[in-house]
Design a binder for this molecule. Structure first.
Ligand SMILES: Nc1ncnc2c1ncn2[C@@H]1O[C@H](COP(=O)(O)OP(=O)(O)OP(=O)(O)O)[C@@H](O)[C@H]1O
Length: 247
């Protein structure tokens, strides 16, 4: 089964074409990075794939389910971690996990087990019973990462996975994501950080002005060429060809 299938996808907001005829296939077991500058269309693509908004044109399938026709079925099967989200300010992380567990019909014992595992993995056991409003941005991000994986999905979408995390936690998250992928699961990340994409991802699609301008495997780039070179080369070339920027 392919994890993601996108064919000729287009989404506009008034005069702005946020996604412009995008086609992309991602196999299961990839850690795929959608890399692009501000306004490239990464978030819009993710929102279509997770059934939050609908496109004007094109087809999409996520684990063989159409998120436009059946957004609930997709959201049940995948984990989603949007950028800048945080647990409700009036709940502790533990209460938030119990809430997510109830919404997702996860047995209580499984929630308890996952909470212990994640608190240990990301080092937030001491904050489990602290009101979210009193947590730092990084501590809130840890809780959101754990919540996205609570129902043990086989495909997870993460916007800017390492934002707000200190270097130690960044390493732990990177290691976890690599192991999760090695177990056959799929991760789709969006980022504008070239270093994160180069280090973390098995495959990177460079997005600019609503479409892919490069599709590379960082580990297969020749020694003299970095992902930053590819990024600058393709994005600059698109600017020179006169592709309109959105910002
Ligand atoms: N709800 C909206 N209403 C109007 N325009 C929007 C809306 N959402 C996105 N856009 C526009 O669509 C384009 C693509 O935005 P999108 O957020 O998908 O880009 P992005 O690659 O995720 O950018 P960033 O890295 O800055 O988050 C931008 O020009 C943006 O201003």
């Amino acid at each position: 089964m392919t994890a993601i299938q996108i064919q000729d996808l287009t989404k506009t907001y008034g005069d702005v074409t946020a996604v412009d005829g995008l086609s992309l296939t991602v196999a299961e077991g990839e850690l795929f990075g959608l890399l692009g500058p501000n306004g490239a269309g990464k978030t819009t693509t993710m929102e279509i794939l997770t059934g939050q908004i609908t496109p004007e044109r094109g087809s999409v399938a996520v684990l063989d389910v159409d998120p436009v026709a059946d957004p609930t079925a997709v959201r049940e099967r995948v984990g989603i971690l949007p950028e800048k989200e945080s647990p409700p300010s009036f709940m502790t992380p533990r209460e938030y996990f119990q809430f997510v567990g109830a919404v997702r019909n996860i047995p209580d014992e499984q929630v308890d087990e996952q909470v212990e595992t994640w608190a240990d993995r990301l080092g937030f056991a001491e904050q489990l019973d602290t009101m979210s409003t009193d947590l730092s941005r990084g501590q809130q991000q840890k809780a959101m990462i754990a919540a996205a994986f609570l129902h043990e999905p086989t495909l997870v979408f993460i916007d800017e996975p390492l934002a707000n995390l200190d270097p130690i936690v960044q390493e732990r998250v990177k290691r976890f994501l690599s192991e999760y992928r090695e177990a056959g699961n799929t991760v789709i990340v969006t980022t504008h950080d070239v270093d994160v994409a180069a280090e973390l991802c098995t495959r990177v699609g460079v997005m600019y002005s609503g479409d892919l301008v490069a599709d590379v495997r960082p580990s297969e780039l020749p020694a003299e060429e970095t992902l930053l070179d590819v990024f600058l080369d393709r994005v600059d070339a698109s600017v020179e060809r006169g592709v309109a920027t959105h910002d």
